[in-house]
Write a protein that binds this ligand. Structure first.
Ligand code: C2G
Length: 131
């Protein structure tokens, strides 16, 4: 049976920190599925409308060599349903979420990966705004 890895994120203004986490997630199994968070979810939970629409963010993530499948993450509370639906063996999250998804350990392995230092969508937006 192939080992399916699943991860989630907004992946707005795609940068090398996003690429690295997806590469490391893919290396933990045979197949990588990515839940790209919906525009409405970002607006609701983060109070910011992404620079790129969910359609554009999905297209970018889907085009990556390490990504096998993408879907829209409509709600943060549906993680368990998404894991079951995609038959995930491993859930990968950035370590800014450390401990938050340990309860899903009953249906899959839960791995938190360290973030790539010194790069973020917010920092990029601020950098560009200052040019
Ligand atoms: N990331 C990273 N290094 C950075 C920036 C981001 O490793 N310097 C990782 C994050 O840890 C995450 C992924 O890139 O695993 C996507 O980051 P975000 O778009 O900020 O998504 P996030 O807010 O973590 O997820 O269910 C989760 C939600 O969809 C939101």
């Amino acid at each position: 049976m192939p080992r399916t890895v699943i991860t989630f994120g907004t992946f707005d203004v795609f940068h090398v920190g996003h690429l690295r986490v997806l590469e490391r997630a893919a290396a933990l199994g045979d197949r990588l599925v990515v839940g790209v968070s919906a525009d409405a979810l970002n607006e609701r939970k983060k109070g910011r409308v992404p620079v790129f629409s969910q359609r554009e963010r999905l297209a970018i993530v889907a085009a990556l060599r390490v990504v096998d499948e993408v879907f829209v993450e409509e709600s943060l509370e549906l993680k368990r349903d998404y894991l079951v639906e995609h038959a995930a063996d491993v859930l990968v999250m950035g370590d800014d979420w450390a401990g938050k998804f340990d309860d899903l350990g009953d249906i899959c392995e839960v791995v938190y990966l360290p973030r790539t230092p010194a790069i973020s969508t917010t920092a990029i937006i601020e950098h560009i705004a200052e040019l």
